[in-house]
Design a protein around this ligand. Structure first.
Ligand code: NAP
Length: 248
């Protein structure tokens, strides 16, 4: 059964990693996909073509999620092209890790802008059209680090914790209009990025997870598929951890 047949999804930061996995999974379930990237134009083009072979409409947009005006323009362009946006996945995110002692103001601000302010930007931009349609599912990608904290990631943890408070507030504000807002909090997800890490260190992380493996982009994508589809029609304001039991 295709869970998103005929629906339109906008996913930020889908040129690689988890965002790409979400785009692929939602497209497999019949959704037309608009997605953004910051600089990876070639990967974005390749994803566009790959998704189109699944028989859905797919278009990549270069757009900085941290830029308020750019988010307004993006949503305007997507609405013009796709007509409506049923599902918004705020996935774009970065890290600039350092101990607080060495963390610069710029590194704090940049992480907050890309990870948290971006969600304000996109949600503000999309709100009017979802209110008009009287439906919508907004999925914000946080992290277990936003729940638990992590040394060397005060900026990242603050941004990811902020996402949870923001999302719960949006769920309360927009619930009466049938607009849902939920959070997915991944644990350790193995992507191209983690392939570059020392195998011994990565194995020790896997060993510490109750399910004894790192997660995959597909694991996160399937949680997003559920939250984007009508299977979760009565679920809003929740944080779904996709972490193999890491934070239990
Ligand atoms: P990734 O592989 O580094 O991919 C990040 C994506 O976001 C890329 O498509 C990138 O585009 C895009 N992006 C970055 N800055 C952007 C901006 N300002 N505007 C628009 N797009 C931007 O990261 P990932 O590991 O898949 O992580 C995706 C999300 O999951 C992030 O929010 C991250 O915090 C969260 N998360 C990841 C893990 C994990 O273990 N991987 C765990 C918990 C949570 P370009 O390629 O063009 O730069």
């Amino acid at each position: 059964m295709k869970l998103l047949e005929g629906k339109n999804a906008l996913i930020t930061g889908a040129s690689k990693g988890i965002g790409k996995g979400i785009a692929q999974e939602m497209a497999r379930h019949g959704a037309n996909i608009a997605f953004t990237y910051r600089s990876s134009a070639e990967s974005a083009q390749a994803l566009e073509s790959e998704l189109q072979t699944l028989g859905v409409k797919a278009q990549g947009y270069q757009s900085d999620a941290a830029d308020f005006e750019a988010a307004q323009e993006l949503v305007g362009a997507v609405l013009k092209e796709f007509g409506n946006i049923d599902v918004l996945v705020n996935n774009a995110g970065i890290t600039k890790d350092n101990l607080l002692m060495r963390m610069s103001e710029a590194d704090f601000e940049q992480v907050l802008d890309v990870n948290l302010k971006s969600i304000f930007n996109l949600t503000k931009a999309i709100q009017r059209s979802m209110l008009k349609a009287r439906k919508g599912s907004i999925i914000n990608i946080s992290s277990v680090v936003g729940i638990k904290g992590n040394p060397g990631q005060a900026n990242y943890a603050a941004s990811k914790a902020g996402i949870i408070g923001f999302s719960k507030s949006v769920a309360l504000e927009l619930g009466s209009r049938n607009i849902r807002c939920n959070v997915v909090a991944p644990g350790f997800i193995e992507t191209e990025m983690t392939e570059k890490l020392d195998e011994k260190t990565v194995q020790s992380w896997r060993d510490a997870i109750p399910l004894k493996r790192g997660g995959t982009p597909e694991d996160v994508a399937q949680a997003c598929l559920f939250l984007g589809s009508d299977l979760s029609a009565y679920i809003t304001g929740q944080v779904l951890q996709v972490d193999g039991g890491m934070l239990t």
